[in-house]
Design a protein around this ligand. Structure first.
Ligand code: BG6
Length: 480
């Protein structure tokens, strides 16, 4: 098909923990992102923040800091109180869909509570009604790292099998309450990111397990089972609901055409990306994963019932986030899935994220060829340091350039035959960064005047990119 489908969902995506704030309001429990500490001496282009793998002692230290301004996600952009006004701006932008998450700790403050917290549900009743009221299709993520902290400290995170039931119970509450309003659900945000994160994604404290890598794969098995059981529950409640699997796409290129570079890069892509979608879409563990476990001597406990439910309840659509591509060399990058090289042929943002629109077309084709199910781009965008001028303008031509190239690549992929139904640029309104916990890494079409230390007027201003995206949507991708 040439051009975008008529009912294409042009959207935007945020996550509760990065925008809502109100971390202690409405009966919410403490959750993992509430402890995401902002390092004022951050090395932006360097390695991920030291807290992406957490120890018990570091957690204790963080719990002793009582200055909220050091934890920007606690206040976010105060979306909990400003969502009506913010969503009005999203409506003015022309969004056809809006992706956000439900914060698990607002619904089950401790994760293991007997009954859900009605006040938390009430907030999401109003939020979802507002999204729908503005004519936007809500896309709801059920787990965007918002694991109740009690599940981490008392149960050891997703490594513990008991967490499956807690998650499914929480999902059921949401499905029952919102099935008539929410059609598209993403069960777990970026389910594949376990190779860089054990704390955010899985709630595992590294010193509490014998073998961290093995523990991560045990935990991911529990997430697979939980997703299929949640999906089973959803189908029983209302079969019109659609359940998506989502990964973070960092497809790796081989550094050279040397067969070793090509093959070992393929293997890296298998275990860091395809493994997750193969299980959730094809319904079984691929042979290369069993081999990976065997060669590492991992003993992943899985029952026959687990494998049966995984087989029966597979994802209805595939979603992925796309920010950059990666590069791999057999000789230089042999220290694991996250050991990659910088691609010298691509420019990068100051956070070191390479800019590669053709990589997006490549991934869309790759996944669609493999799975042939409807696809959604759940996140994409350029994090940048924007400047608010004295007359309250934000001239973000660099963002327009980035998005234009990516939207053009998507258009080509649709022409290639990919069945894509939604595109959600990340953070259509500025929110706190996930990886570096700073406000300065901005993605929005709307600027939010808050600084890294929480100061600022909190006012919202439209950036130049606002009018650009508005026109892309209005013309359904004809004017890019
Ligand atoms: C994705 C996450 O990995 O990347 C989002 O799902 C996150 O939560 C986004 O915000 C961009 O990362 P960052 O660190 O630039 O906010």
């Amino acid at each position: 098909m040439k051009g975008f489908p008529k009912k294409f969902l042009w959207g935007g995506a945020v996550a509760a923990n990065q925008c809502e704030g109100a971390w202690k309001e409405g009966g919410k429990g403490l959750s993992v992102p509430d402890l995401d500490w902002h390092n004022p001496n951050l090395n932006r282009a360097g390695k991920r923040d030291e807290d992406s793998e957490m120890t018990s002692s570091r957690l204790e230290e963080l719990m002793k800091i009582h200055d909220d301004s050091q934890f920007p996600k606690r206040n976010g952009i105060d979306f909990y109180h400003t969502y009506k006004e913010d969503l009005r701006l999203m409506h003015e932008l022309g969004l056809k869909c809006f992706r956000t998450s439900i914060n698990w700790a607002r619904i089950f403050p401790n994760g293991d509570d007997e009954k859900p917290n009605e006040e938390g549900l009430k907030f999401y009743d109003d939020l979802i009604d507002t999204i729908v009221g503005y004519g936007m299709e809500p896309i709801i993520t059920l787990f965007h790292y918002e694991i109740p902290l009690n599940i981490v400290t008392k149960y050891g995170g997703w490594k513990n099998r008991e967490v499956i039931d807690m998650f499914v119970k929480y999902c059921k509450v949401c499905f029952e309450r919102y099935h008539s309003k929410v059609k598209y659900w993403i069960l777990i945000n970026q389910i594949n990111l376990i190779y860089v994160e054990s704390f955010n994604s899985l709630g595992i404290l590294c010193d509490r397990v014998e073998n961290l890598e093995e523990a991560k794969y045990q935990a991911i098995h529990h997430q697979f089972v939980a997703c299929s059981l949640a999906q089973k529950a959803a189908k029983e409640i209302d079969e019109n609901m659609k359940m998506g699997v989502m990964i973070s796409d960092h497809n790796c290129y081989a550094e050279t055409a040397k067969p070793e570079d090509v093959f070992y890069t393929y293997q890296k892509n298998q275990m860091s990306q395809m493994f997750y979608t193969d299980v959730r879409i094809r319904g079984s563990y691929p042979g290369y994963a069993y081999r990976f476990f065997e060669e590492k001597n991992f003993n992943i406990e899985m029952t026959e019932e687990d494998l049966a439910v995984i087989k029966e309840y597979t994802a209805d659509f595939m979603a992925f986030s796309y920010y950059y591509s990666r590069m791999n060399s057999y000789e230089k990058n042999n220290k694991g899935l996250n050991d990659i090289s910088k691609n010298p042929l691509l420019k990068a943002s100051i956070w070191g994220w390479s800019i590669d629109p053709l990589g997006l077309r490549n991934s869309l084709n790759l996944y669609y060829d493999r799975y042939c199910i409807p696809m959604m781009i759940a996140e994409n965008g350029l994090g940048a340091l924007d400047e608010l001028t004295e007359d309250y303008q934000i001239h973000d031509g660099y963002r327009i350039d980035y998005l234009r190239e990516h939207v053009l690549a998507i258009k080509e992929a649709i022409y290639d035959g990919v069945d894509l139904f939604a595109y959600c640029p990340w953070g259509p309104i500025d929110i706190v960064s996930c990886t570096t916990n700073e406000m300065s890494k901005r993605y929005g079409f709307v600027y939010v005047d808050i600084n890294d230390d929480g100061t600022g007027s909190r006012k919202r201003y439209k950036k130049d990119s606002f009018a650009w995206y508005q026109n892309v949507i209005r013309s359904n991708g004809e004017e890019i």
